[in-house]
Design a protein. Sequence first.
Lengths: 276, 306
Amino acid sequence: MSVYHIANNELRMTRVLSVDTESPTVKTFTLKDERCAKAEPGQFMMLWIPGVDEIPLSILDADQQGRVSVAVKKVGQATEALHRANVGDLLGVRGPFGNSFALVKGTVLFVAGGTGTVPLLFLARKLAPRMGKSFFVLGAKTKSELLFSNRFEEVLKGTETKLVTSTEDGSCGITGLCTEIVEKILAEEEFNIIYSCGPEKMIRRVFELAEKHRIFMEASLERLMRCAIGLCGSCTIGKYRVCGDGPVFNSKQLRETHGEFGKSKRDMTGRIVPLE
Amino acid sequence: MKAIDLTVNFVGLRLGNPTVLASGILGYSTETLKEIVKGGAGAVVTKSVCLKPREGYANPTVVQASCGLINAMGLPNPGIEEYVKEIHSAKVNVGVPLIVSIFGFSAEEYKVVAEKAVEAGADAVELNVSCPHVKDTGSEIGQDEEVLKEVVKKVKSSVDKPVFVKLSPNVTSIADVAEAAVNAGADGLTIMNTIKALAVDVESGKPILANRFGGLSGPAVKPIALRCVYDVYERVKVPLMGCGGIMDWRDAVEFLLVGASAVQVGTAISLKGANVFGKITQGMEKYMKTKGFERLEDFVGLSHRK
């Protein structure tokens, strides 16, 4: 009998190496995990807080010393419990899961909203050595939620990338929605690709603009995640499973899922409900 | 040489090949079911649906164990009122027999859900009386022959489509339970559901699944599933669908040899994708050519012949 490696992604227990506070609601946790440290930008992992919950988290950074970082916004019971974790605490890890962004050379437009910045910052780090004249548009509700300002400096150093920030309340950068800035940039500049991650309605708006300007786009989407291995169907969008066929979707796939993309998702019962 | 015939004809259902999507895997939506059919499935079983919407359990809902998978999703489903829309659409678009898996917390609930599923277009229903991780339904029904009989009778008397009953291996004698189900009117049986299991983490000392208990599937359970099908085939005469750890054509052939007329595949999809169905069928066809079998019936139950 042949041996099947169903267990090819067993849960590993690991300790928290460091915790960094990024904003009043966001903390970055760095863990030791050889497998997730090999993740490509766009991939995610499942993080188990023993006795509480297991949640999907986009990978922020990974290095050759086997360290992997995730940034977590406090949004519910599980993330609140995680925010209480300290250096040395034990967490369970599965992953990395999903596909990753295509690494396109040339001029790039990044559009990130809120914690959607996480995978795009990881991507920018990978792309930086071969990036042409690029823009990174970063949007948030308010100044304190504009993430990773310290990391951006380091990542974008030596590149021809312009960082443009916007806040809805005008507390930092341009006042308004980041999609308004995107509209202006696209009227003047040309890009080889647009990458986007953030609230799905924002991504949908970016996608409409990308289509109008005929620019290829990739976006990272989010859905309710349970098994993460393509079986349970909780995370489907159209015919795709976000856990395996995504989380990164390209223009063609976004067109195919237009009925759901930016509009609806499945709730815990599997029912289709509108996106907030 | 004659062409190889891979079709299955049982209790009024006609399948182009004997591979069937097992319940619980994808199966919320027509679009994902279509992908499974594109991958080669001869029929599909939907996720289990009940009367009221259910959210299921918190994560972790799966543990990837050695040679198997333990899951405790908690039977999440939008409830039959909502799900009939999906059944309507699947019936029109899927193109293969549509078997709707149903469950309830009483015989009456099974009956109501079955009626609505059939009304919406189900070609057959499969009674989930064997989920090992939800209280007051599933295996708690399938482990009690009297309760099981009541459920099967009630459903049979109210729908005019084939009724399959999916049995639990978590019993002393699965053949006894199978006989009870058939005596109550079951048209066919699915053998078997997952095996009640648990995983614990040595670092935290905690059970990993939020529900503590789950059901083990995958290659680890195949020998047990084969034994169950063998036992049941000796006892009852209705068609059987074998289920448990089928990863390739060889596994599928094993299930037919012990008495299954078709096989259900679930866990394998996570490793091999939806094409696993087509690959199993192709492998089976080659096997039949080599062995000189023209129809599946030529070797269904062959291992029982003295």
